[in-house]
Design a binder for this molecule. Structure first.
Ligand code: FES
Length: 199
């Protein structure tokens, strides 16, 4: 059985464009490949989730990073924030799609309310059964790292991954879109890195 972490399973995709091969077709139907990819790519990498201009005050973005749904907001001082899209009460999805918000992230189930910084502020129905051992400060939304690079918006699920702007190719002064078009077959032109994305 193919081990998807062996170099032999992917090395052909890293060759120069004219000699590169596609990924083994079995990868697209392999449960093992899926779980390795979730853990080693989407679980660790900075993943592009949109355009920086989309993340404006008063708007909440809902994006997918691998199998995880992530919320992005700007707080009252304009800082970008990211959270796992799951209520700390019963785990309900907080939003299905991008939406406008007035300043509170409201759970659709029991109406818990969170600030744009993710802090739990309101527990409407909970107040009917007061509990001395319940501390709101322990039930804020789970944070996700977010950042921008040039015009792009990124999220990262791991706390151990280096900051986005420490990544070698992000250190240039300003954004330089990769427009080097190469030809890989008669009549077909692609940019580097597009081979697998097009299949
Ligand atoms: S699940 Fe969100 S308030 Fe209950």
């Amino acid at each position: 059985m193919t081990s998807w972490t062996d170099e032999a399973s992917w090395v052909g995709t890293r060759r120069p464009m004219r000699t590169a091969t596609g990924l083994d077709p079995a990868a697209y139907a392999s449960d093992e490949f899926y779980f390795v990819e979730q853990r080693r790519v989407f679980g660790q990498a900075w993943v592009c989730v949109g355009i920086a201009d989309e993340a404006v005050a008063g708007r909440m973005l809902v994006r997918q990073v691998g199998s995880k749904s992530v919320l992005l907001t700007r707080n009252d001082t304009g800082d970008l924030r990211g959270f796992i899209n799951s209520c700390r009460h019963r785990g309900t999805e907080l939003a299905e799609a991008d939406c406008d918000i007035a300043g509170t992230i409201r759970c659709p189930y029991h109406r818990w309310g969170y600030s744009l910084d993710g802090a739990l502020k309101a527990t409407p129905f909970f107040n009917e059964v007061p509990r001395d051992d319940f501390d709101k400060s322990e039930f804020g939304l789970l944070p996700v790292r977010v950042d921008t690079w040039g015009v792009l918006l990124f999220a990262c699920l791991s706390d151990d991954t280096p900051p986005l702007l420490d990544v070698e190719h992000c250190r240039s002064d300003g954004w330089v879109p990769p427009r080097h078009v190469v030809d890989c077959a008669p009549g077909v032109a692609r940019r580097p890195g597009e081979l697998e994305a097009d299949h």
